[in-house]
Write a protein of this length. Structure first.
Ligand SMILES: [Cu+2]
Length: 65
């Protein structure tokens, strides 16, 4: 389980972009987003670095939470 804090993720629109970015790396990823804390939990077999890079490219850089 990868847990990230994504401070720029402020609304449902952001959350959908974050979800799409993560799914572009792993379509099977289980993604749990908590907008209140801006935390994202990702259950995925994909490389954590690749998931982080996808978020960065989408404009929503995350840091380990
Ligand atoms: Cu937003």
């Amino acid at each position: 389980m990868l847990k990230l804090n994504v401070p720029d993720m402020t609304c449902g629109h952001c959350a959908s972009i974050v979800t799409k970015a993560l799914r572009s790396v792993d379509p099977q990823a289980q993604i749990d987003i908590d907008l209140a804390t801006r935390n994202v939990a990702v259950a995925s077999t994909a490389d954590a670095g690749a998931l982080g890079a996808a978020l960065q490219e989408a404009g929503y850089p995350g840091t380990p939470a």
